[in-house]
Design a protein around this ligand. Structure first.
Ligand code: V47
Length: 370
């Protein structure tokens, strides 16, 4: 009987999808509460196609940089941050960072630099403007996707400037877009438990709203697999959806699975999410976020084999070649830190999809048809 009732609930969601009706909070909860992962995947793939999705699967060639791990915030989920006094604390000057990026460019091609950092209280706003300016001068053809909304907020406290003024100045120096980190889970309860020192979630949303109004595209994330409930996951997705209704400025959504190693949660015996939960989150995100064009299966987080499966659960992007990832590897990720283009192409093809190399703004650079 229970199975029949459950089947009926998913059938209702399917009927709404096929009728082009928007899914609501209760639908989201029904989906999250379902253990029929294959049915969720099938629904998500249907939603992707009904909304105009094709067999194209995107990836970008990118370089990851983390200029400093010094951070004032002490989020409980983070294994990357350090205080200035710790032995492994580091901060690269703008010149050191540029030299590092240029040296990497000798070794491998990339069209994007993806940079997120600790919120270092020992530098000034000029440090960030100078960094972006020097990176842009050294590599004008490379898109600079740098600084989470939390970092932008930190820069307002360093400088006394508004969020808009900070973003305008960074854009003037060469900033292209913002990564989606710092969102975590918006619910106050969760934030108090995992990131009590972080800005209020409304500030994260407002920073993205301002960026979009200035014509700066951004990405969005959800860090799942810790203390959050299914209700809080859906609430998070719906807050992103309503901002996207308003601005249309999000390029992609990236669910991030919590990695507990070297965090306080590891000492409490917590483990990383099971692959089935990763697939469920991808599928439900694709179903609920009907207005965000791309959902990424972040292979650094889930490994390339599961990311390839996720392409049948609503994802249409596998992120990038990602040279030197640090944040997830500090927290126990055992994936490679770099994926060759040929390997990404192989995985996408073997999943029955068409690999398309893109730039940050999703313009096509190359495709592997046939
Ligand atoms: O805000 C930190 C997360 C984010 C852990 O925009 C962790 O395309 C899991 O912004 N376990 C930073 N997650 C990374 C980020 C990002 C990553 C990939 C793609 C994009 C994009 C942006 O990483 C943080 C936090 O949410 N994080 N520690 C951890 N132990």
């Amino acid at each position: 009987m229970a199975t029949l009732a459950h089947g009926t609930a998913l059938d209702e969601v399917r009927a709404k999808l096929e009728a082009g009706e928007r899914l609501d909070f209760d639908d989201g909860l029904t989906l999250m509460e379902s253990d029929d992962v294959l049915a969720l995947g099938e629904l998500a793939d249907l939603a992707r196609r009904l909304r105009g999705g094709t067999d194209d699967v995107y990836f970008v060639q990118n370089l990851y940089l983390n200029q400093t791990n010094v951070c004032r915030v002490k989020c409980k989920f983070c294994a990357f941050a350090a205080t200035q006094k710790q032995e492994h604390a580091y901060t690269q000057t703008p010149d050191e960072l540029v030299a590092d990026a240029l040296a990497q460019r000798e070794l491998t091609g990339f069209t994007e630099i993806h940079m997120v950092n600790g919120e270092n209280p020992h530098v000034g706003f000029d440090f960030y403007v100078e960094t972006i300016g020097k990176l842009h001068d050294a590599m004008p053809d490379v898109h600079l996707k740098c600084y989470t909304a939390s970092e932008i907020h930190h820069m307002t406290t360093l400088s006394g400037l508004s969020h808009e003024a900070v973003l305008r100045e960074l854009r003037g120096a060469g900033l292209g877009s913002l990564p989606g980190g710092g969102a975590e889970v918006f619910a106050d309860r969760v934030r108090r438990l995992i990131a009590p020192g972080k800005e209020h979630p409304d500030i994260w949303l407002e920073t993205h709203r301002i960026a979009h109004a200035l014509g700066i595209p951004t990405h969005c994330t959800m860090l799942y697999g810790h203390v959050e409930t299914y209700e809080e996951r859906i609430d998070h997705l719906l807050r992103l959806r309503s901002l996207q209704d308003e601005t249309g400025g999000f390029l992609a959504f990236i669910p991030l699975a919590f990695h507990p190693e070297n965090t306080v949660f590891e000492r409490r015996g917590w483990k990383q999410s099971a692959g089935t939960d990763d697939l469920k989150v991808i599928a439900v995100s694709r179903l609920m976020l009907d207005n965000i064009p791309h959902v990424k299966a972040y292979w650094i987080m889930m490994g390339m084999p599961l990311a390839a499966v996720a392409l049948h659960f609503g994802a249409n992007d596998v992120q990038g070649t990602v040279v030197r990832e640090t944040i997830f590897h500090a927290a126990g990720a055992t994936t490679e830190t770099e994926q060759k283009v040929s390997e990404l192409v192989r995985f996408v093809r073997d999943a029955g999809r068409v690999p398309v190399q893109r730039d940050t703004l999703y313009s096509e650079l190359r495709r592997w048809d046939g």
